[in-house]
Ligand binder design. Sequence first.
Ligand SMILES: Cc1ncc(COP(=O)(O)O)c(C=O)c1O
Length: 404
Amino acid sequence: MPDISIAERVSGLRPTAVNRVLQAMRALEAEGRSLVSLMRGQPDTPTPPHIVEAAVRALRDGRTGYPDNRGEPALRRAVADKLRREQGLSYDPDREILITDGATLGIYAALGALLKDHDSVMLPDPIYDAYAGPIALWQAEVTPVPATVRDGRFVFGARELKDRRNTRASVILLNTPWNPVGTVFTRDELAEIVEYAGSGHHDHPVISDEIYETLVYDGRRHVSPAVVSAEARERTIVVNSLSKTYAMTGWRVGYCAGPEPIIRAMFLVLQQSSRGPATFVQDAAACALNSDQECVRGMTAEYQARRDRVVERLRGIPGVEPMVPEGGLFVMLDVRGLGKPSEDVSRYLMRDAGVVVIHGSAYGPGGEGTLRVSFAAGGETLDRGLDRLRQGLLSLAEAARPPR
Ligand SMILES: Cc1ncc(COP(=O)(O)O)c(C=O)c1O
């Protein structure tokens, strides 16, 4: 075997929590164990048929050549129309919108355009763990911004940002609705964060990952930080994707909107990697955005009902408290009352109760003491998973009870 060394910036990368847990799960399944997974954020509903039809039509029409690397003009226009219609935001489709391979490439390109070596990204803790990889690849670091639980929801604001202020911090990365904790930021909370971003010595751009925007419950509305003021629009890069909204995780199509110089730089980054999603996929995405949104409303109602089922089924377990999410696909379970690290709890649940959830500490130290339970899968899978989860947690609660 030749002695070939791997670049340090790559050898330090780790698979995401979902991938690590999937590996452990597959090893157990290979031993013949039957497991129910409540861990992935992959909607189990199929992509709506009119979107599938649009892709098939595009393929039949020969839409198989290289796409416009910025994104097909019709899709960029559809994105601009959507942002105007839903958020009252105005972006020039020729200069201020970029089509990407899912939000994943949007985040990668935004970080690549904005981070200088040894910069730091102000990142809420806990948060979606896949942000760490691209930040490291761009030779930057993370400044964790600890969230606290107030009135049953994880939040942070200008105070926490100021406490963590440092000379290297150059970018703020937000996710609303927020994976894993389910907070949907209010307009006032976003205004406070964006105001902080423009104060002090550094002018921080805000990358706003809005991939769960339509999965908001109890009549709430998603707000982008870009809408809070004209100045906020000038410092915000909106990152979004069709993955969750239209159950299109495998299609790999997303989009970004932001000020022209940043979008231009992101375009250069993207051109060195994927050069955008397949042309026929972009046609289907334009159809999704331009069509009646009834299918989206139907999915939101379905996921709200699932959320309620999870919360109801997991109440009344000693030492365990479900936190009701305002949006997204996950319920966080506060398991501090069980007196064990969350990773031990999730390991026990997988090995002994046959149900797979993710320990909150996978999303940062601020997630310790919680479990992330996904309701992206519904029906019988959700029911069986919840039965096992309830049983497993009851056994742990029983074991944690002091002897009488
Ligand atoms: C917060 C967040 N951002 C981005 C992604 C990835 O999005 P995409 O499928 O559009 O690449 C996920 C996937 O779970 C996510 O939870």
